[in-house]
Ligand binder design. Structure first.
Ligand code: PLP
Length: 334
């Protein structure tokens, strides 16, 4: 064993073979020569668990709650809630193929609802809340799934009862879920709540009730340091606006060759879905982009088309390269 390593007798997380750690280090940013880290690859994480944890912790089985559904993730959250309380979809963008967010006076909230739930950024449909509805329920509780725009811009946390996010878009690898909850909402979980979903247990144990995903949390810590070093979330937001702007401009100025149907005022800064007027060219677009070392541009299987996710860590140079490719592709295929 190397001089700088000690002998770790911990019961777990426990010592790992040194040669395995060295291999992981050498492969950290380029796994098997594929140009990506394992941590950046397609994931399975934990925000989905919160779809159940929220109703389990905040309501009794007969309590009404409100959901605004602006895309597939909000819909999944609503469907999960039907198992644990009495949710109502008070507005759905489904008939418009999830391209809009309603003007806030267009839906009626239930005054006796325990909370109002939104998905702050719909990852698949590219629809993002730019302002937030004021909850009219008695305790004034707004809950947001911020999985895909957490830490992409400043947010007034005091406006929310709960904010939750899977880490794997903007702040770390998969396996970590962040939950920010108002203190007075902790401690009323339903009897049937699994211990791991009870916020009280996590709060009382400083999030160390069970064995947490240490490496993932360590990576999140490094990302938070890096965000601060870049000037914090206001500075990050500026960069994100610029990146999104050049991509949407390229789409909007393509004379219909590329199309983004999301209403302009609610277009996501994080996930930019678009289609090609000649949809038969989409596979070619994805193939040629991959040759130019731009990967994972395929739209979600439920909607097809193209989707460019341009989270915090996507450099401006990446977006510039994509728009140069888009212009070139259009010139060759228009
Ligand atoms: N909510 C949103 C907005 C998401 O984009 C995702 C995953 O992509 C989820 C929830 C589910 O997250 P997880 O895979 O961590 O359960």
């Amino acid at each position: 064993q190397s001089q700088d390593r000690l002998f770790n007798f911990a019961a777990g997380p426990a010592t790992l073979p040194e040669n395995v750690l060295k291999k992981a280090e050498s492969e950290l940013y380029n796994w098997h020569g594929c140009g990506m880290s394992v941590m950046e690859m397609s994931h399975r994480g934990g925000a989905t668990t919160q779809f159940a944890a929220i109703p389990l912790n905040l309501c009794k089985p007969d309590d009404p709650v409100d959901y605004i559904v602006t895309g597939s993730w909000g819909d999944k959250a609503f469907k999960e809630a039907t198992k644990y309380c009495k949710p109502t979809v008070i507005w759905s963008g489904k008939s418009e193929k999830y391209t809009q967010i309603p003007s806030f006076d267009l839906f009626e909230q239930n005054l006796n609802a325990k909370y109002l739930h939104i998905c702050a950024n719909e990852t698949i449909h590219g629809v993002e809340f730019k302002t937030y509805p004021t909850p009219k329920n008695e305790n004034g509780i707004l809950i947001a799934d911020m999985s895909s725009n957490f830490c992409s811009k400043p947010v007034d946390v005091t406006k929310f009862g709960v904010i939750y996010a899977g880490a794997q878009k903007n702040v770390g690898p998969s396996g970590v879920t962040i939950v920010i909850i108002r203190k007075d909402l902790i401690g009323n979980a339903q009897e049937i709540t699994p211990v791991m979903l009870d916020y009280k247990i996590h709060a009382e144990n400083n999030s160390l009730y069970n064995t947490p995903p240490c490496y993932g949390i360590y990576m999140c810590g490094l990302v938070f340091d890096d965000l601060l070093a870049q000037g914090g979330l206001a500075a990050i937001e500026k960069k994100n606006i610029k990146k999104a702007q050049i991509l949407y401009d390229t789409i909007d100025q393509s004379n219909g060759f590329y199309r983004c149907t999301v209403e302009k005022s609610v277009r996501s800064l994080m996930n930019v879905p678009f289609t090609l007027e000649k949809s038969e060219l989409e596979a070619e677009f994805i193939k040629e982009a991959a040759k130019e070392k731009m990967v994972q541009l395929k739209g979600h299987r439920s909607v097809g088309g193209i989707r460019a996710s341009i989270y915090n860590a996507m450099p401006l140079a990446g977006v510039e390269k994509l728009v140069a490719f888009m212009n070139d592709f259009q010139a060759r295929h228009a």
